[in-house]
Write a protein that binds this ligand. Structure first.
Ligand SMILES: [Zn+2]
Length: 298
């Protein structure tokens, strides 16, 4: 059987030409009848007109009634605004106000705030797997500049890794003020956990003076060498919010930290076969039912 000859474009009438072009330019639709949750949440441009409520868990949830963080606050600057990931639960706003004051007291003009959540939270089309309920905030490991920021400086703001190339120690960019800012964040009662690179955790273990209880909240994770990730606990009364189990007892400066410097952790073997990330398959059915209401709200 032979395929019918394709008519030359020149011979087609205009509507037929448009249809032919559309047929040529549209990729074949995959057999994906149900839209992905990341596509739906990634398309939202503003928060929902609802009472603020984190719904679900940090990596499987959404955020009702998010507030946009101000561009500039007392002791903080929000950066990379075009990403539209500066939406938070109001508790995030309160936390930043406290952290900004602590950073200033420690000698920084303020902190730089990177990604928080999308306008209605939920999974993101790229980047983070958590940050879904407005309670995860990325803070650069670099002070805000004194005297505010221009629009272009804000948009182009980058951080700098404070971890050496062999991933075993910190660079000359690490300062005692970094420790003070991290301690202030960890001692904040609203904070459940903080993720940093293992080399940073090891430096804190080496140099933090007593009392060191706050070190328990600072957990090693891959990456996180140019920013730290603050995870706030579910706020009081947030009935639909799921906390993560608390970190294990102790300061974490033990054999569990040593593992992070093993060859297995530092140089993991490449994955066998393609990696399918959870957010790349999540549909609304994988999220709490109330998240559909967040999408549907004004
Ligand atoms: Zn993060």
């Amino acid at each position: 059987m032979t395929a019918p000859r394709r008519p030359s474009l020149r011979r087609l009438a205009r509507p037929a030409l448009a249809a032919a072009l559309a047929a040529v330019m549209l990729p074949a639709a995959p057999a994906q009848a149900v839209p992905l949750a990341k596509t739906l949440f990634g398309a939202e441009s503003r928060g929902s007109d609802q009472s603020p409520a984190p719904i679900g868990s940090y990596a499987e949830g959404c955020l009702a009634g998010a507030v946009p963080l101000p561009v500039s606050g007392p002791g903080w600057e929000t950066v990379r605004l075009s990403r539209n990931r500066y939406w938070a639960h109001p508790e995030g706003f309160s936390f930043l106000t406290r952290l900004g004051a602590a950073a200033k007291a420690a000698g920084w003009p303020g902190v730089l705030v990177g990604d928080v959540s999308q306008p209605r939270g939920g999974p993101m089309v790229d980047g983070h797997s958590s940050h879904q309920v407005g309670l995860d905030l990325d803070i650069f490991l670099k002070p805000a500049p004194a005297g505010g920021m221009s629009d272009s400086a804000r948009e182009g703001a980058g951080s700098v890794s404070v971890v050496t190339r062999d991933k075993r120690g910190v660079t000359a960019d690490w300062t005692p003020t970094h420790l003070q800012v991290l301690r202030a964040a960890a001692e904040d009662p609203a904070v459940a956990r903080i993720f940093v690179n293992a080399a940073i955790k090891a430096e804190l273990c080496r140099s933090a003076p007593a009392p060191r209880d706050w070190l328990r909240k600072v957990r090693p994770w891959w990456g996180h060498d140019a920013h730290f990730h603050v995870r706030l606990a579910c706020p009081a009364g947030a009935a639909s919010c799921e906390n993560q189990a608390p970190p294990p007892p102790g300061d974490g400066c033990d054999a569990s930290l040593d593992w992070w410097f093993s060859d297995e952790a530092l140089n993991p073997p490449p994955p066998k076969g393609p990696v399918v990330r959870k957010r790349d398959v999540m549909t609304m059915a994988d999220l709490p039912p109330a998240c559909q209401g967040v999408l549907n709200a004004d």
